[in-house]
Design a protein around this ligand. Structure first.
Ligand code: FES
Length: 117
């Protein structure tokens, strides 16, 4: 599959540990919600799909981090995820992490790298 870059948003929209930007990807033949946030200085992106039940993590659009800013939290039952790897860190995700997507930041823009599966 050819690799393609798709613009998601401007880089300055993403503040460290702040609100994320929601977007959609084609996943398993369906439009699937995804999100990108800034963590440890870099953009990180995942399918917006909890490992417990496949629902979106953010009840309030773009709110993925819990209070400390150390983890993503699922608003439905409180599963916690490592923002860097997407690994389950607690709660009902029970070892099932988030699916990471490839993104890059270049010239002040955030791009999704598609076709890398
Ligand atoms: S649906 Fe996310 S923790 Fe239950």
């Amino acid at each position: 599959m050819a690799v393609n870059e798709r613009l998601i948003c401007a880089g300055n929209v993403l503040e460290e540990g702040g609100l994320g930007v929601r977007f959609e990807v084609e996943w398993a033949g369906e439009k699937t919600p995804a999100f990108v946030v800034r963590y440890d200085g870099a953009p990180v992106a995942y399918l917006n799909r909890c490992g417990h039940v496949p629902v979106e993590l953010d009840f309030n659009a773009g709110e993925f981090f819990e209070m400390s800013g150390l983890y993503f939290v699922c608003a439905t039952h409180g599963a916690l995820y490592d923002p860097e790897s997407g690994a389950c860190r607690g709660g009902p995700c029970n070892g099932r992490g988030l699916h990471k997507l490839k993104v890059l930041e270049r010239d002040g823009q955030i791009f999704l790298i598609e076709g890398n599966e």
